[in-house]
Design a protein around this ligand. Structure first.
Ligand code: XMP
Length: 607
């Protein structure tokens, strides 16, 4: 079935994917397009939405987008930056100023199909520096906001030209804080663009099942089942489409999994009735042998990646899987440039780009039934396919697994001179907030101005509320060079002596990390906040504190949208006390700290 489609031009705003998801909620297919796409790329759409952007319309920062879209005879609706661009293009004025943040009340000047079914006043959500202050001759103001009683109205919060079928909202209807944003988006897609609401998850499943059957024919499919959401949902969908005996699954335990992870994956697939088609290989020894003596983060990553390829190729050949079609759980953001993270592309090197798979792609032997879906839709589909809730809503877990969370060291202080030179400045920054601080003698990976950094963390100690901790960590990065992480000591006293210890990737250290990670995950679940936190790496660093155990344990809870940026998440104090009690009691642990770092300057993972 051919669906009516809306194009969402992604100007780099945080919410382009959210817009597309909301359009689909109106049962209309939405696809992300790039600003510079040629006009032909827009030929099949019944409407276009322009997203927001970090660029400033007032300064003419328009990403050089293809303005030919304005000549197309389809409705166009812009949000925030998109709204300002439309106003400008048709003779309006945009200034840098009159900014608004957060909630605002939109007052409508008249009834309009974009706001069909809504009230005269609507709660909307604003986030802008630039504002439209005048519209061109063909346009009218459809609504304005008022910031508090008696204040001057903020004009042109919604504008439009029914004749041209061009519209703009200064606010973001795609975020949930705009209470009836879904209705506004549906009014555009269905009412203004006249799309037929044919895109449903049930319809999608039927369509994909038919496609899989047609493509696979008498053949069979094999799929790498990591236990992650996408490959698990893809496996269930293939099983539905193909029936028994035509799907082979392979799960590789690289020894860098969470506690009981592989056993859980094996059990889950048995419960799905796919146990007979499921192959499991414990390649822990092979991976640990490849990692022996490797200290440097990139070297470790390479060793893990290369070993994965070798193990995978061996197994695929041994099981005679090379003749099968390859099933992949690739999802929509993976297939477009702006989707996922740049890193996520590299990540695929492990699974999707190994030579044997490249050969299969070239031969047209790859099936990707989720390639049109967003994460949230994959989860919805997983739910329909009967995959347990907990499996669908798991935190993301990196391909190299605990390998990037177990730091290694040759036992020498990293950059001793630098460490000494920054110590006074670090102390001073902390003392302004009544805290103590010391830079640690190891380094971790971070990101500054889009570049990889490899620098020291600073450890703060003292009583402080969350706001103070945020302030002091934000400040220390501004005032002291050579730091990319800020930690808060969760132990009772400020450590006196830190000693980096020689340590590699050993089974014992991995087991200890697994135990710490398990305690953290259990804690998040016990306190009912597992799903509020986006991800929470637990990290071990081989630093002895005051002659106690060998490992400093770090907990890194974060909030994020798509992992490009992140902020530290606040955990409840009772949970911190429990973690302190349980983790510090483990033999081998010398200290416990809370990572307060946003991304940038830190990355989410430590390596
Ligand atoms: P960073 O550390 O770059 O991580 O802020 C961003 C997101 O990507 C995940 N990540 C990986 N995922 N293979 C993966 O599958 C990898 O090599 C990898 N490195 C980082 C990380 O967990 C976070 O969600």
């Amino acid at each position: 079935m051919q669906h009516d489609k809306i194009a969402v031009i992604d100007f780099g705003g945080q919410y382009a994917h959210l817009i597309a998801t909301k359009v689909r909620r109106a049962r209309v297919l939405a696809e992300i397009r790039q600003p510079e796409d040629p006009l032909e790329a827009f030929a099949d759409y019944k409407g276009i939405i322009l997203s927001g952007s970090p660029s400033m319309a007032s300064f003419g920062e328009d990403s050089g987008y293809n303005k030919g879209i304005y000549d197309l005879d389809v409705p166009i609706l812009g949000f925030c930056f998109g709204h300002q661009e439309i106003a400008k293009h048709y003779g309006g004025t945009v200034i840098n100023g009159k900014q608004e943040w957060g909630h605002a009340d939109l007052h409508l000047n008249r009834e309009h199909p974009l706001f069909a079914g809504l009230g005269e006043s609507e709660q909307v959500w604003m986030s802008h520096f630039d504002s439209v202050t005048a519209v061109g001759p063909d346009f009218e103001e459809l609504g304005y906001t008022v910031l508090g009683e008696g204040a001057e109205p903020h004009r042109f919060a919604a504008i439009g030209s029914d004749e041209l079928r061009r519209y703009g909202f200064q606010f973001h209807p795609e975020v949930d804080d705009t209470l009836h944003g879904d209705e506004m988006i549906a009014n555009f897609a269905l009412g203004i663009c006249g799309c037929h609401p044919t895109w449903t998850m049930d319809g999608f499943v039927q369509q994909e099942v038919a496609k899989i059957r047609a493509q696979v024919g008498d053949g069979a499919v094999f799929l790498l089942a990591s236990g992650g959401v996408d490959s698990t949902v893809a496996a269930k969908l293939f099983a539905e489409a193909l029936g028994p005996g035509k799907l082979k699954l392979l799960h590789v335990d690289n020894g860098l999994m969470r506690k009981d992870e592989s056993a859980g994956v094996v059990q889950a697939f048995a419960e799905f009735g796919l146990g007979d088609d499921f192959h499991f290989i414990d390649a822990t020894d092979t991976f640990l042998a490849a990692l022996e003596g490797k200290i440097e983060p990139e070297e470790k990553r390479r060793a893990i990646g290369d070993t994965f390829i070798a193990v995978f190729e061996d197994e695929a050949r041994r099981l005679g899987l090379t003749e099968h079609l390859l099933g992949q759980g690739t999802i929509y953001p993976d297939t477009i440039e702006t989707g996922g993270t740049k890193r996520a592309d590299t990540i695929k090197t492990h699974h999707n780009r190994v030579p044997i798979i490249e050969e299969m792609i070239a031969a047209g032997k790859v099936v990707e039934p989720l390639a049109d879906l967003y994460k949230v839709e994959v989860r919805e589909l997983g739910d329909r396919l009967g995959i347990p809730h907990d499996m669908i809503w798991r935190h993301p877990f990196p391909g190299p697994g605990l390998g990037v969370r177990l730091l290694c060291s040759n036992g020498e202080v990293a950059d001793a001179e630098q460490l000494e030179s920054i110590t006074p400045a670090v102390r001073e920054a902390a003392s302004e907030h009544g805290l103590q601080a010391v830079p640690l003698p190891i380094k971790s990976v971070g990101v500054k101005a889009d570049l990889r950094s490899y620098e020291h963390p600073v450890l703060f100690h003292g009583k402080a509320d969350w706001e103070t901790l945020q302030k002091v960590s934000g400040r220390v990065f501004k005032t002291v060079d050579g730091l990319n992480r800020a930690l808060w000591n969760l132990a009772d006293t400020m450590p006196r002596a830190f000693r980096p210890l020689a340590a590699g990737m050993t089974r014992e250290r991995l087991d200890l990390l697994r135990e710490c990670d398990h305690l953290v995950m259990e804690g998040l679940r016990r306190h009912g906040i597992y799903q509020d936190v986006w991800q929470c790496p637990t990290v071990l660093v081989p630093v002895e504190i005051d002659g106690a155990g060998r490992e400093l344990c770090i907990v890194r809870p974060i909030f994020s949208e798509r992992a490009m940026t992140a902020t530290a998440a606040e955990l409840p104090r009772p949970l911190l006390l429990e973690l302190k009690r349980d983790i510090l009691a483990l033999p081998g642990i010398s200290g416990l700290a809370y990572d307060l770092t946003s991304k940038p300057p830190g990355t989410i993972e430590w390596e």
